[in-house]
Design a protein around this ligand. Structure first.
Ligand SMILES: [Zn+2]
Length: 339
């Protein structure tokens, strides 16, 4: 039995040494140490061994087992390390190869223009506030002094979800929501996407962006409005820029005005860009109508304010001299990369 054990041990160790793959090691483990393995069968034949000899043989079997297991483990580590080294050799990176170019995106002209406008107003102490694009008729129209029979509410201009819900036609409802919170004074701009049922052409789109501003405090006058917008125009179009206020009508402001700036191409002399007039229209504005304040719970005897609204696309088109609004939505990367 001693010889038999010795033979099994030697044979096992020889086979382990000759192994060149991890799977092969597992086969050897099963063949010698498994339930039906050779070493196990020796243990099973212990009944033929005399009682005095049994502890000795048992010890020998255990020693053989330990030796085989140790050799298996050792060889396994060696093989695993070899496999890893080979894999690393296969996967080696040639750092001298030309790098794959990362395709970095580019800010959309709308985004660049919006960040510029936000920078100007935040610099003057304004907050940037956002609100829902799907809005109650109440906030989009009624609370802005646009009653039920007003032409702006026509289905030809406005997308209705149902009788009470619309896609907002302006970002003014964000101002109403801010006023209703009752925290005064207010100095805010509300940029965002708005919707009108317009056909697509060079200057119209059913979806575009607006930036509306609102200031409410004690003793706010039209002079504050003029000063603020003149400063905005100078920051945006250059320090020589002049502004002109033309009387206009909006339901939510009284008095109301449209604002022109001197053409930044010709400086006001008149050119093809400004159609010879020297002026370019950029926004609408006015003093917040007392009734609008009242509807949002603000006392018009104590507080007053001004509001203005400017089309973001209009600014992007002017600033980057783009002559067709559709270019802003086609997202042709060759076009967008110019800005
Ligand atoms: Zn001009």
């Amino acid at each position: 039995m001693r010889e038999q054990l010795e033979k099994i041990k030697e044979e096992a160790l020889k086979q382990i040494e000759a192994s060149d793959a991890l799977e092969r090691l597992n086969d050897i483990r099963v063949a010698y140490l498994g339930k039906k393995g050779e070493l196990t069968s020796v243990l099973k034949s212990m009944k033929d061994v005399s009682p005095e000899e049994r502890p000795k043989v048992g010890q020998m079997v255990n020693e053989a087992r330990a030796l085989i297991e140790a050799k298996l483990e050792e060889t396994k580590n060696v093989l695993a390390r070899k496999a890893r080294e080979e894999q690393m050799k296969r996967e080696v990176i040639d750092v001298t190869l030309p790098a794959e170019k990362g395709n970095v995106g580019h800010s959309h002209p709308n985004t660049i223009a919006l960040e510029e406008v936000e920078r100007i107003f935040v610099g003057m102490g304004y907050e940037v506030v956002e609100g829902p694009e799907v809005e109650h008729d109440l906030y989009n129209f009624e609370k802005l002094n646009i009653p039920a029979n007003h032409p702006a509410k026509d289905e030809q201009d406005t997308f209705y979800i149902n009788k009470e819900i619309v896609l907002r036609t302006q970002t003014s409802p964000v101002q109403v929501r801010t006023m209703e919170q009752g925290k005064l004074p207010i100095r805010m701009i509300a940029p965002g996407r708005v919707f009108r049922s317009d056909e697509v052409d060079a200057t119209h789109s059913p979806s575009f962006h607006q930036i509306e501003g609102l200031v409410i405090d004690k003793n706010i006058t039209f002079a504050d409005l003029k000063g603020t917008l003149a400063e905005f125009a100078r920051e945006l179009f250059g320090p020589e820029t002049k502004v002109k206020f033309r009387p206009h009508h909006f339901p939510f402001t009284e008095p109301s005005a449209e604002v022109d700036v001197t053409c930044f191409k010709c400086g006001g002399k008149g050119c093809r860009f400004c159609k010879g007039s020297g002026w370019i229209e950029i926004l609408g504005c006015g003093m917040v109508h007392p009734h609008v304040l009242e509807m949002s719970g603000i006392d018009p005897e104590e507080y007053s304010g001004f509001a203005f609204g400017v089309g973001l696309e209009r600014i992007a088109l002017l600033k980057y001299e783009i002559d067709d609004m559709r270019l802003l939505y086609e997202n042709d990367i060759r076009f967008l990369k110019q800005f």
